[in-house]
Design a protein around this ligand. Sequence first.
Ligand code: SAM
Length: 255
Amino acid sequence: MQKDIPELNWQNWMQRWDHQQNYYLPEREGRFAAMLDVLEALLPESFVALDLACGPGSISQRLLSRFQQASCIAVDIDPILLLLGQQTLGTMQGRLRWVDADISQPSWITQLGEEHVDAILSTTALHWLPASTLMDLYRQLGTLLRPGGIFLNGDHFGFAPHMPSFTRVCEHEQEHWSEEANKAGNENWEMWWEALRREPGMEALFAERERRFSGKTKPPEALVDVHLAALRDAGFHEVGVIWQRLDNRVVMAVR
Ligand SMILES: C[S@@+](CC[C@H](N)C(=O)[O-])C[C@H]1O[C@@H](n2cnc3c(N)ncnc32)[C@H](O)[C@@H]1O
């Protein structure tokens, strides 16, 4: 991480992050809450969680606010989002630890400094991984989670090609929501990144971000059945969708 931290209003950038993520996901907070409800039902009060591909720590922030005896490790590859999280959330009274790692590389797990965790949560992120990498990652998560531990992945999981009407309903809803967001003048992903790029002192961070993401392209979307099968293959016992609103789902797997 660079030594000279740009003097920005990081809190404001964090608020803008949440707003632009809502642009695509009107149910985002409901989905976070559903994931945390699972932890409340299944885990003791004190537990260790991993926020996988954390961005600026969206899950960690909500989880640590709700569960006062929990601690969290937040992992991401993006130097800017990690810095945004560190500047706004800090360590949340020593309960949040940040790890700068690429989860598509098998060595990421050695950077955690943790043999086992009780829960692993991820949102709107694992679709960045090709199916073969996802399968390897799920096997690693199977060893990292203690027996009885919980994995939760909240993301858009599209419908299979033979269900075009289901897909059309989802597209219709997304178009409607985007229109409403545009009318309200909300920022989307591209606008947020372009505005942040124009802030003073951000050049080196953007250059580093581009270096890290060069060669990484978004693969074709893995269907929910692929995720479920890969989790079973990785040794998870109970695997299924625990929450859903159209194609926005939370996959849950118990180790
Ligand atoms: C849309 S953001 C979601 C962030 C956060 N989970 C949230 O819901 O606000 C996707 C995140 O996945 C991260 N990511 C993508 N590929 C990654 C990789 N190979 N290793 C670590 N993080 C990755 C990105 O850097 C980004 O922070």
